[in-house]
Design a protein around this ligand. Sequence first.
Ligand code: C2E
Ligand code: CA
Ligand code: CA
Length: 332
Amino acid sequence: MFISELSSLLDTSFVINDTEVFITSSIGVSMFEKNAATTASLLKNADLAMYSAKEAGKNCYSVFSKENHEKIEKEKATCHALHTILNKGNKNNELYLMYQPLLNINDSNFSECEALIRWTNDDGITTMPDDFIPLAEKSNLIEKISLFVIDEACKQQSKWQRNGVKDVRIHINLSGNKIIFEKLLNHFKANIESRDLYPSLFGIELTERTLDYISDETIRQLDQLRRLGMKIAIDDFGTDYSSLSQLKKLPITTLKIDKDFISGIANDRDDQALVKTIIQMGHSLQLEIVAEGVETYEQLTFLKDHSCNTAQGYFFHHPLKSKHISHLKLVA
Ligand code: C2E
Ligand code: CA
Ligand code: CA
């Protein structure tokens, strides 16, 4: 009761230098004896709880709990370890990319792949990106990771070009915020140019969330890259909210349907209707449609029957090491 009163007292405007400013509060609560035995630990735990309130979307309060504390400590350790690896230049190759083929649905021809990051530590334990990318996205760590991914993908493409693996387009996942995003695109362009590669050897996958903060400058840069042959895809299409008018504004070439929808298309009528509608809508906007997470023959048949263009999934290949991609291509 007391906390909500405190919160509503702060939830008002203040006039500073003739300007009206609004503030919101994020409050952390820790209780003496129950959560802490000294003043210092009481304050420290209240501070930790405040970070949970901020994470929960701000303008609310959070009460310190041991579980929450352990979770935050674990997340901090993960971010710290990743920072250290990247600052030391990833010299033990703990971070690396795997490549999952994308196949033309009609002739099963393979000329594209998606780069997916992995983290295997010195003890051989692999952490999957879902366990660190969302964390990295909350700080500038995502910028460092994305720069690493861009460098690795460009390096790999150069190597393939030199070794006669001529036509495997690499798609990379890019996330970040408004400022980071512009930086990443500039870095990507510079890297492609300095290695004498072409934008048509690459693709970028953006999620619908990116659309919330995309700037006019980013749109201009993406448009330039698309005109030079790069593919630009909206990833996980349908899982978040994006309006059709936003889609129209963007220079995209591809819609990628999330695997959650694909997993249901053999028997779930709602998923069937959704996937059919996305394919029809995408085609009427002259977009290529990629289905992600294709695992069965039935799913593939449905997608083929409804004119989906491209498929990716365990039915064909799991993510592979780069040497297996070149082998696949050279023996084809
Ligand atoms: P995503 O971009 O939607 O990538 C597809 C995920 O589905 C990948 O998981 C892939 O391994 C998995 N997958 C592919 N085919 C199948 C299938 O048939 N069945 C099932 N069940 N799964 C399949 P992964 O590699 O664990 O990546 C998870 C997510 O992490 C990605 O989702 C992407 O959002 C993010 N991520 C991965 N690498 C990067 C990266 O380099 N940068 C950024 N920003 N995000 C990345
Ligand atoms: Ca993706
Ligand atoms: Ca997905």
